[in-house]
Design a protein around this ligand. Structure first.
Ligand code: GRF
Length: 209
């Protein structure tokens, strides 16, 4: 499966997925391209160092639809079948979501539907929850909303700051995102409304499958 990864910053989830593709934890796949909307994203350099094609598609001066069209052109050129958002900080247009329906994944650092949007770890601490975590989900037109593939719970400590909680969650993000991509690539799942159901009885809904 040809995977495209969209980033805006550090790119640690991108690295985790790329390494898992390389060592076969995510089977039968290749990272066709890493795209950033921010030319200076650290993740672009990290992708290049791994020998992955790293492309900057700046959002500056482009409408959302125009920018997404630029990105879709880059994905299309490389016949990307599955798109992973990994710290990509721009909402996708309706056109993009429809073009890649059920073929775009995202990771969010909370147990959705709690704490959507920015600063999810700070939101969790401010609310006083004792457990937060991370969620990998399919992307639909609404923010942090699509059908959930995997979640992982992480304890919130009384002494946590948003930074310390983020540091504890990110390690689980890497593992959870890799598992979720492997599951989706494997194709043994079906989507029933909001539910992603796994198991041998699953009808393959794999991208390209
Ligand atoms: C992660 O916490 C991810 O859940 C959120 O943005 C952060 C990106 O980190 N969407 P990285 O760029 O993958 O290191």
């Amino acid at each position: 499966m040809k995977i495209g990864i969209l980033i805006s910053g550090r790119g640690s989830n991108m690295l985790a997925i790329s390494k898992a593709v390389r060592d076969g934890t995510i089977p039968d796949s290749e990272i066709a391209v890493v795209i950033s909307d921010r030319p200076k994203a650290e993740g672009l350099r990290k992708a290049s160092e791994l020998g992955i094609e790293a492309v900057s598609v700046p959002r500056k001066g482009r409408s959302r639809a125009g920018h997404d069209a630029d990105i879709m052109a880059e994905l299309g050129k490389r016949r990307v079948e599955l798109v992973c958002l990994a710290g990509y900080m721009r909402l996708l247009s309706k056109g993009f979501v429809l073009e890649y329906k059920n073929r775009i994944l995202n990771i969010h650092p909370s147990l959705l539907p709690s704490f959507k949007g920015l600063e999810a770890q700070k939101q969790a601490i401010d609310y006083g929850v004792k457990i937060s975590g991370c969620t990998v989900h399919f992307v639909d037109e609404d923010l942090d909303h699509g059908a959930i593939i995997l979640q992982k719970a992480v304890e919130v400590h009384d002494s946590d700051t948003p930074e310390s909680l983020a540091a504890r969650i990110i390690a689980h993000e890497h593992e959870t995102y890799v598992k979720a991509v492997a599951l989706v690539v494997g194709g043994r799942y079906r989507i029933e409304g909001r539910r992603v159901v796994f198991g041998d009885g699953g009808i393959s809904a794999a991208p390209g499958g």
